[in-house]
Structure formats: structure tokens, C-alpha cells
Write a protein that binds this ligand. Structure first.
Ligand SMILES: [Zn+2]
Ligand SMILES: [Zn+2]
Length: 384
């Protein structure tokens, strides 16, 4: 079939809307019609930085690696199943689904030990071809297209492995479903699962965009006493107060006296780093906000070539601080996506308020410009 998709032809280029050919689903694959796709920063990382490189080689060398581009973008999605191929057991036509940034095989060591955000299937996220057999379902003028995270939600239709889809209740707005499929869960889980925020804790969230603001929500839901939202954009600081922040600051330097005062110098139990791009020199400020026995969680994506960071190793050991990486909020998509949507239905998780603006697919470059300009908490592409 023919469908329309936003395609990235190379680093630093604009998204191009193309009419592409999509093959029917094969074994274990599903044809989805997307209703909404979130404008997550990860697709912008792919466009602007070296994310997607398979090693720390120079960008020039990596861009010549076959298969990464051209790529259909998008990995946050809410949609409806149109058709299933043979051997599909988890969904049927008419089901509503969330995209899962990480496919879940259900059999590997990480899946069966409750860490399915680290499933072995994730290793192929940026490699060409389908999870099922490595061949392409997407073509343009006979040329195979790669697909972001095996999902490609910046398209009217996708063919994805059922491992990349999570069934959700049909009465949920699909724009909200799209956000929970990545950004919401990543932020919420960073606070709840990875930082293990406890009632009464003091938490600092650095960067309160579409992901960080959900770390604020997570910290509030588990009973943090003080939640300090740090962001240079005043509109986002104000929004963070609506999502549960108790204090705001425009920088980590500005947050330092606030946290010192709030904790009588004990400093934060948890610091969660969600700036738009992670750089090593942010660690010094984050760790000076982290108290004795505290945890510093690195959620944001760094350029893949970042290998150095500033850490006071004496204080790290003597104050027994922890530094933790996290991906997808250490959440299990098949449990956490429906669970967060149930919390939304119960009125305990704010999701409608995250969507600042909606865009048509052909407005996607404007949507990303708005994200970079800091005028959106989250932009969402909606399809007819
Ligand atoms: Zn994402
Ligand atoms: Zn697995």
C-alpha cells in the first residue's frame, strides 16, 4: 500500500514528507494506522547529533554506514490495528495500541527478570530491517527505508513486530496513549523506579520538558516533600508547579541555596537529570545538589561521543552517592504503559495538560522548531 511518512535523509536535514510503499505484514507483524505521534527529543537527537551510531566513530564515518538513512522517524505513537500477519497472538484488528520504544521479546534474561526495557530486541533499534527477519517493509522508489525504533510513527501507517506494540483500552484518547508510550513513562519511572523516591524526600528535577515534567509527577505521586524544578524557560517552570513541583529555579546554581535551605544543608535525596541534551560537565552541579546517600539519575540522552564527565570522586565515595543511568524509566512497557493510563483515568496522572500544541504531519519541522524554542511541553502530530 501507499502511505505518507516523514523521512530523514541525513543528519542535520529537515524532515521530508514522502509517499512511500509499505508491504503487508509478515509473520508476527502488524499493520497499524497511527492516530497520534509524539514529538520526542530522541528523533531530534537522531537528526542533530550522533545518536544511532553503533560505535564511537566520527559522525562522518557513521553517516556512510549503510542503512541508517533514509529513515522514517517517530517512536511515540497511539493507533489502531488494521491487519495482522500470521502468528500474531497479542493483538487483533480493531485493537488500540501504544508504540513501545523498546520491543519486548518476553524470553531474554532481561525480560524474564523484570527489566524488559533492556530486552535483547532493543539491540537492533537502529539497524535496518524488521525484527522478524531483517528485511524491509518500507520502500521509496525501490530503495529500502530504515525505521526509527522499528516503529516509524511519523507515518500514517506502519508495519511493526507485535513485540513493539502494547494493547491499551479503546476509550483512551490516542494522543495521550502516544505520550505514555515513551516520554511520560521515561520521566515517571526515572523518579519512581530508578531514583526510588520515598515519601518525605527532597527531589530536584533538572529540565522539565516533556520527560522531566513527568519525573515531577512521579515524585509527587510517591509523596516527595520538596520537588525543585530546574529549567531556564519560565513557562516550563510555571507548568512544573501545576504538575506538583514545590519550588522552581532557572539553573542548578540557583537551585543550590534553595535546596540547602529546604534540607538544612542535607541536600537532595534524588537529583534527576533531564536537560534537552546531556553533557558531562553537568554532573558536577548535579552531584553538589545530591546529598549523603543520595541518588543522581541520568535520564537525558547525551551525544554518543560524550565519554568524560566531572565528578568529585572523593565526595562520591565519602558521601556514598549513587549515579545511575536509566532508559525508559526502568519501566516494563507491557505493565507500565497500561498502568500509567489507568492512573490517568483515575485522575491521578495529568496527561491532557502535557499536550501544548498539535500539528499535521506536514508541519513536523515547525513542531520540532517549537520544541527547540522551548514553547511546548509536548507537541503531538495528529493524523486524519
Ligand atoms: Zn521518546
Ligand atoms: Zn527480551
Amino acid at each position: 500500500m501507499k502511505t505518507h511518512a516523514a523521512v530523514l535523509w541525513g543528519r542535520g536535514e529537515d524532515w521530508q514528507i514522502e509517499e512511500i510503499d509499505l508491504d503487508p505484514p509478515r509473520s508476527q507483524e502488524v499493520l497499524i494506522k497511527w492516530a497520534a505521534a509524539g514529538l520526542c527529543h530522541s528523533d531530534e537527537h537522531l537528526r542533530s547529533s550522533d545518536m544511532g551510531s553503533t560505535e564511537n566513530a566520527s559522525e562522518d564515518a557513521q553517516d556512510q554506514k549503510p542503512g541508517l538513512f533514509p529513515m522514517v522517524g517517530g517512536h511515540e505513537g497511539g493507533g489502531v490495528v488494521l491487519e495482522v500477519g500470521p502468528d500474531v497472538h497479542s493483538v487483533q484488528p480493531g485493537d488500540h495500541v501504544a508504540a513501545s520504544f523498546f520491543p519486548i521479546c518476553g524470553r531474554c534474561k532481561m525480560c524474564i527478570t523484570g527489566h524488559s526495557n533492556l530486552c535483547d530486541f532493543g539491540a537492533a533499534t537502529f539497524l535496518p530491517g524488521q525484527i522478524s527477519d531483517g528485511t524491509a517493509r518500507y520502500h521509496l522508489n525501490g530503495q529500502p527505508l530504515n525505521v526509527m525504533a522499528k516503529l516509524g510513527t511519523f507515518a500514517e501507517h506502519s508495519v511493526s513486530h507485535e513485540a513493539s506494540l502494547v494493547k491499551v483500552d479503546p476509550d483512551l484518547p490516542l494522543g495521550v496513549v502516544a505520550l505514555v508510550s515513551c516520554g511520560v513513562t521515561t520521566g515517571w519511572g526515572s523518579a519512581v523506579y530508578r531514583a526510588e523516591v520515598m515519601p518525605g524526600d527532597t527531589v530536584v528535577v533538572v529540565g522539565v520538558g516533556g520527560v522531566g515534567i513527568n519525573a515531577v509527577q512521579g515524585a509527587r505521586m510517591v509523596g516527595a516533600k520538596n520537588i525543585v524544578a530546574v529549567d531556564p524557560v519560565e513557562f516550563k517552570q510555571k507548568a512544573a508547579l501545576d504538575f506538583g513541583a514545590t519550588h522552581t529555579a532557572s539553573s542548578m546554581e540557583e537551585a543550590l541555596p534553595i535546596v540547602t535551605e529546604l534540607t538544612r544543608g542535607q541536600m537532595a535525596d534524588a537529583v534527576i537529570l533531564v536537560p534537552s541534551v546531556m553533557y558531562g560537565d553537568l554532573m558536577a552541579g548535579a552531584l553538589s545538589l545530591t546529598g549523603k546517600g543520595g541518588t543522581c539519575v541520568v535520564t537525558a540522552v547525551a551525544p554518543q561521543s560524550q565519554t568524560e564527565c566531572s565528578v568529585n570522586l572523593f565526595e562520591l565515595a565519602m558521601f556514598q552517592k549513587e549515579v545511575k543511568g536509566v532508559v525508559f524509566g526502568a519501566a516494563n512497557p507491557r505493565f507500565d504503559i497500561p498502568n500509567l493510563l489507568a492512573l490517568y483515568k483515575a485522575g491521578q496522572l495529568k496527561l491532557d495538560e502535557l499536550i501544548t500544541r498539535t500539528y499535521r504531519l506536514d508541519q513536523i519541522n515547525q513542531g520540532y522548531q517549537d520544541m527547540l524554542d522551548g514553547v511546548n511541553i509536548r507537541g503531538v502530530v495528529t493524523f486524519e
